[in-house]
Write a protein that binds this ligand. Structure first.
Ligand code: ZN
Length: 372
C-alpha cells in the first residue's frame, strides 16, 4: 500500500473512532451485515441438509457473502472492521473455517453485491426457475432481515436491494433469469460496485451498453424480438409500513391497466410479502428500447442513479451468458470511442475510488470468488 493510502486509511479510522463510531448509520450497517450473514447462513445450511445444494457449493456461497459484507465494511467511511460486524465468538467460529475470507476482505474485490449472491443461491436451488417460486422464496428471506434502530423501531436492512428483475425469451417463458439492483450505501461505494460489475462480472455486451449509456446516452445495440423483462419493487415489512401510501397508490394505478404477468405474479405472492410491479426507468428504456417491458409505462420515470444501477442489467447479463444465439443476433451500433476505451474509464474510476477510500490495492486488481 502506498504511503498516501496508508495515511488516509489511518486518518479515516482515527476520525471514525472518535466521531462516527457510534453514529446511527454505523449501527445500522453493523446490524444489517450481521443479520444478513446469519439469515443467509441458516438458509444455505438448511438447503444443504435438504439435499438441494452440495456442501461445497453451499460453503462457497456463504464465503462469498461473508467476503462481500466484510469488504463493504472496509470501503465504508468510517471503516467498519470484522470485529464490529461480528461478535468475538462468531469470529472465532468463522475464522477457523474461513480464514482466507478475513484476510482477503481487505485486499480482494467481490464480484457481486450481497443480495445478488443470495438471489443466485435461491434461483440455483429452485428446480423449476419459475418466477413465482424464486421470488416467493426471496421475499421470505427478505422478511427476516429487518433490523432495529436505536429507538427500537424496525428499519430495512441496508444490504437488501430495492428492485428485482426477471427476464426471459418468448420462446421459453419458463426459463427465467434474475437480477437485483445494486445494494450498497454511499455514492462512491455504489460507483465501486457498478464498476466491478462492468469491469469484471457482467457479459461484455451489457457492460458496453452501460458505458455507452453513460457516455452517449444512447443504446449500444438492439435486441432481437422476443426478449421480455419484468421488474418489481421488493419491500421488507418495515419498509412496506413506511411506504404504505406509495404502495397503495401504485396498486390503484395498476388496477386500471391491462393485467399483465408481473401483476399476476405480485398478486399470487401477496401472502408471502410485498412485491410491486415496476416500470423501467428512462435509462433502461434508452439502453434497451427493443425489450418488451412489463409493466410497460409511457411515463418512464427519470432515475437519479447512474447507468448500471438497475436490476435489469444483471438479469440481461445472465440471459446473454446462457444464450449464445441471442448474442450473435445483437444489432450493434458503432461509436467513436471503442468498447475497450469506454471500459477503461470505468476501470480507472474503480481504482481511483478504491485508493481514495484507502483500500489496500496490490499491483493489480484481484477478485475474490471461490466459485470460479
Ligand atoms: Zn432502470
Amino acid at each position: 500500500m502506498d504511503e498516501r493510502a496508508e495515511s488516509s486509511r489511518a486518518r479515516r479510522k482515527r476520525m471514525g473512532d472518535f466521531l462516527q463510531r457510534n453514529s446511527t448509520q454505523v449501527q445500522i450497517f453493523v446490524k444489517s451485515g450481521n443479520k444478513f450473514l446469519w439469515t443467509a447462513r441458516s438458509f444455505i445450511s438448511s438447503s444443504v441438509q435438504e439435499g438441494k445444494l452440495t456442501q461445497d457449493k453451499g460453503s462457497a456461497y456463504f464465503k462469498e457473502i461473508l467476503h462481500v459484507i466484510l469488504f463493504c465494511g472496509q470501503i465504508n467511511n468510517p471503516i467498519i472492521t470484522p470485529e464490529e460486524i461480528l461478535t468475538e465468538e462468531e469470529i472465532r467460529q468463522l475464522s477457523k473455517k474461513y480464514r482466507d475470507v478475513f484476510q482477503k476482505c481487505a485486499t480482494h474485490l467481490p464480484t457481486h453485491p450481497p443480495y445478488t449472491v443470495l438471489l443466485d443461491v435461491v434461483s440455483s436451488i429452485s428446480s423449476s426457475r419459475k418466477a413465482e417460486e424464486v421470488l416467493g422464496c426471496l421475499l421470505g428471506l427478505t422478511n427476516e432481515m429487518d433490523v432495529t434502530n436505536d429507538e427500537g423501531g424496525k428499519c430495512e436492512n441496508i444490504f437488501v436491494s430495492t428492485v428485482i428483475s426477471c427476464c426471459y425469451l418468448d420462446s421459453s417463458a419458463n426459463t427465467n433469469y434474475f437480477g437485483a439492483s445494486v445494494s450498497c450505501r454511499g455514492r462512491k461505494q455504489k460507483q465501486i460496485m457498478i464498476d466491478i460489475l462492468c469491469c469484471h462480472t457482467w457479459h461484455k455486451d451489457i457492460s458496453w451498453a452501460v458505458c455507452v449509456g453513460n457516455t452517449y446516452n444512447k443504446k449500444a445495440f438492439g435486441f432481437p424480438v422476443g426478449v421480455r423483462s419484468m421488474a418489481f419493487n421488493i419491500y421488507s415489512p418495515a419498509k412496506a409500513t413506511i411506504q404504505k401510501e406509495k404502495i397503495k397508490s401504485v396498486w390503484d394505478r395498476l388496477q386500471h391497466c391491462l393485467m399483465t404477468r408481473s401483476y399476476e405474479i405480485s398478486k399470487a405472492l401477496e401472502q408471502y410479502g410485498t412485491l410491486v410491479p415496476k416500470a423501467p426507468c428512462m435509462k433502461c428504456f434508452t439502453m434497451f428500447p427493443d425489450i418488451y417491458f412489463d409493466p410497460h409505462s409511457q411515463d418512464h420515470c427519470n432515475g437519479q442513479w447512474e447507468y448500471g444501477n438497475c436490476a435489469e442489467c444483471e438479469s440481461l447479463s445472465q440471459l446473454l451468458y446462457s444464450n449464445q444465439q441471442i448474442v450473435k443476433l445483437l444489432d450493434r451500433e458503432t461509436f467513436q470511442l471503442t468498447p475497450k476505451m469506454l471500459l477503461k474509464v470505468k476501470c480507472d474510476r474503480l481504482e481511483c475510488n478504491l485508493r481514495e477510500l484507502g483500500f489496500r490495492l496490490l499491483n493489480k486488481i484481484l477478485y475474490y470468488n471461490d466459485q470460479e
